[in-house]
Design a protein around this ligand. Structure first.
Ligand SMILES: [Zn+2]
Length: 516
């Protein structure tokens, strides 16, 4: 093919693209009834052909609410790195998250809502850019933000325009594109009147009003009815009518008449262990914000105490994750008696220079639990807070709660040192590799451990060398380089990054080599 032919073919392709765009614009025009053609469009999207995660298969069962308390549209939050928010497409950007799954995979409504549009023949949503199924549903967040969610590349539409849908309801199935195109558009007014857009011109700084759908769902919890369980009530029976009582910091106190005069008792509200206080011991003031009191009805003597303070615990499943991987943090919200509080909005916060900043929001499920994922780049203190909604019933008012801090410390990432397989004993051995995260050039962050095989076959450490840090152009990693002069024999070398405040101890694999 000569140059002229290439030019001709290119021009034909360009004309065909313009023709496609014109058709897409006409379709959009007819659907939206606008007076000028929309600039946004749905470009042809590739069919997903890769393998599916266990999550995408497991989601075929009954869906469960995920991050933010939303039902995720294909039942999993693992999108396998598939086309995401603002991926470039020529002069356009992708304003959605593509979610790979099998043909026929159910599509779930992320929350309660009202169907705005349900069409089986929307331009660009079929296989290879043909017309196909697209559903847009109006949803509302817990904070009252109203938004449209678009579920594209579907067939077998089960809902009609104007219908109410319930959270987790199957609304359609994924068509032969083998991925769901999912977008979020807060507010219901479209910049160019086209509600079907999957791609908007790169030049639009506001992305046509679309927002990152994954980030949006994770940071804007779903409105769920918060039903706090009844306040836990502890009954304390006494031998004689209590003369006075109080409660503070997890203990109830009362004074009653005994054989030899009055005695003050203390009862641990979590264990029920009872202790007589020595005369003169100070009884703390009654904490009326946290505790309710009620005298027990006859024939029992004594009183009941209820605690308004919920218990919020946070556990890291992996507090030293491999570099670049998530630590999974499970927060659990219960009352003092251990009953779960469902629908509680929890905030994951991280410490940043003495300030706590919000990282993520989630809503507790039926077990009172929420799971947060966090990828640390250095040792980071994390905590979770609970702020009860303002409209709790008076008899069930819970106070705010905060978990203890958990620190997650990532490992550093080390490549296996690079060394030639065979080295002349007269030469200097150079071992080099890469270290993440970046360390200042000129320092010594990595030790190189050289071991020689002894006559018996055991590896014996002969030498440890501090490798010097070097910057790598255009990379966040640091190169480590170290030298050694070694005698003839079988050798191996390993890089070790010692534990420091910011990172956990990490080691590379061994690299074997021979010195002759
Ligand atoms: Zn897409």
């Amino acid at each position: 093919m000569d140059d002229r032919t290439t030019v001709h073919v290119r021009r034909t392709a360009t004309l065909a693209l313009w023709a496609l765009l014109a058709i897409a614009c006409l379709l959009g025009l007819a659907a939206a009834g606008a007076t000028s053609p929309p600039s946004s469009t749905m470009l042809r999207e590739p069919t997903y052909v890769g393998p599916l995660t266990a999550g995408a298969h497991a989601a075929l069962g009954a869906p469960q609410p995920g991050s933010g308390g939303w039902y995720w549209p294909i039942g999993t939050e693992d999108f396998q790195g598939w086309s995401g928010w603002l991926d470039p497409r020529g002069a356009y950007v992708h304003v959605a998250q593509d979610m790979p799954c099998a043909y026929g995979h159910p599509v779930y409504a992320i929350g309660d809502g009202v169907v705005f549009i349900s069409r089986a023949d929307t331009g660009g949503y079929g296989v290879g850019g043909a017309p196909g199924g697209c559903i847009i549903i109006a949803h509302t967040t817990a904070a009252g933000t109203r938004f449209h969610a678009l579920y594209g590349h579907v067939y077998g539409l089960k809902v009609k325009t104007g219908e109410h849908v319930q959270a987790g309801e199957v609304i359609a199935r994924v068509n032969g594109c083998r991925h769901l195109h999912f977008s979020v558009h807060p507010g219901f007014t479209y910049r160019d009147g086209n509600p079907y857009a999957g791609h908007v011109p790169k030049s639009w700084a506001d992305h046509g009003g679309y927002v990152d759908p994954v980030k949006f769902l994770k940071t804007n919890p779903r409105a769920v009815a918060y039903e706090p369980p009844a306040l836990p009530r502890t009954e304390i029976t006494t031998q004689a009518p209590p003369l006075q009582f109080g409660a503070a910091a997890g203990f109830a106190y009362w004074t009653e008449e005994g054989g030899a005069g009055s005695v003050t008792w203390r009862d641990d509200l979590s264990t029920g262990a009872r202790t007589a206080l020595a005369p003169g011991d100070v009884v703390p003031a009654f904490d009326t914000r946290r505790y309710d009191f009620e005298a027990l009805a006859a024939p029992a003597l004594g009183f009941a105490v209820s605690d308004h303070e919920p218990v919020l615990t946070l556990k890291a499943k992996h507090d030293t994750p491999p570099w670049g991987e998530d630590a999974s943090l499970v927060a659990s919200l219960t009352n003092f008696a251990g009953a779960p509080l469902q629908g509680g909005i929890l905030k994951l916060q991280r410490s940043n220079g003495g300030r706590w900043e919000n990282v993520r929001l989630d809503v507790t499920g039926a077990a009172g639990e929420a799971t947060f994922l966090y990828t640390p780049s250095a040792a980071t203190a994390l905590r979770v807070t609970f702020a009860p909604p303002a409209d709790q019933p008076a008899a069930r008012i819970y106070l705010a709660a905060r978990s203890k801090n958990v620190t997650v410390t990532p490992h550093a990432a080390l490549t296996t040192p690079r060394v030639p397989a065979v080295i002349d004993a007269a030469d200097l051995v150079t071992a080099a590799g890469d270290l993440l995260p970046h360390h200042p050039a000129g320092g010594y962050s990595v030790d190189l451990v050289f071991q020689r095989r002894a006559d018996g076959g055991d590896w014996v450490t002969q030498l440890t060398v501090a490798a010097v840090n070097r910057d790598i152009k255009g990379s966040d990693a640091t190169r480590f380089v170290g030298h050694a002069r070694l005698s003839a024999g079988s050798w191996r070398v390993q890089a070790v990054h010692p534990a420091d405040v910011a990172h956990a101890l990490s080691t590379s694999s061994w690299r074997p080599f021979t010195v002759e």
